[in-house]
Design a protein around this ligand. Structure first.
Ligand SMILES: [Zn+2]
Length: 172
């Protein structure tokens, strides 16, 4: 007996219903999360690929799984990650320290409503890649779509990014 396909609540990726359990706070199905872990494993095993796109993959996945129990802080931080890489051309390996600085500088995180239309590409597009160069290309296409789908919040994210290097004590 085969069961009907189910959808990831975050990205909409359709997959056969499984029996796994996902206990993290991303708005994700266990099956989608497993695909993400496969993509992570490939990136951890290839130093070049890791440097090229790992941060983009992490940020795109997090942002595409906003909603549900996913905290505003995490959604905002990963949106700022996409902003630095895709809008400002910061190299992905330089993004994490910026995000750490941002996290230290912000106490209250805005709640950004989910985009009305989600990106068509998902992490499954990356998992389908046959070579590292295709993997990198697919991450760029996927993360660009995810970022574009949040366009109504781009200005708010840019404003948040500006707080990255402010002193903690400079608050209101
Ligand atoms: Zn998903």
């Amino acid at each position: 007996m085969s069961s009907a396909p189910t959808r990831c609540p975050g990205c909409g990726f359709e997959h056969p219903a499984g029996t796994g359990v996902y206990e993290g706070y991303y708005h994700a199905s266990p099956e989608c999360w497993n695909v993400f872990l496969q993509v992570m494993t490939r990136e951890y095993e290839d130093a070049v690929l890791f440097g090229q796109v790992h941060q983009l993959s992490v940020d795109a996945y997090a942002v595409q799984h906003a909603g549900g129990p996913h905290p505003d802080k995490s959604v905002c931080i990963h949106l700022v990650g996409l902003y630095w890489t895709l809008e400002r051309g910061v190299a992905p390996p330089d993004v994490p320290r910026r995000l750490q600085a941002l996290a230290a500088n912000v106490e209250r995180w805005p709640h950004l409503e989910l985009p009305a239309q989600r990106a068509a590409l998902t992490v499954a597009h990356v998992a389908d890649a046959d070579t590292p160069s295709e993997h990198a290309r697919n991450v760029r296409a996927w993360s660009s779509e995810v970022w574009a789908s949040w366009k109504e919040h781009h200005a708010a994210v840019a404003q948040l990014a500006q707080r990255t290097f402010e002193a903690v004590s400079s608050g209101a």
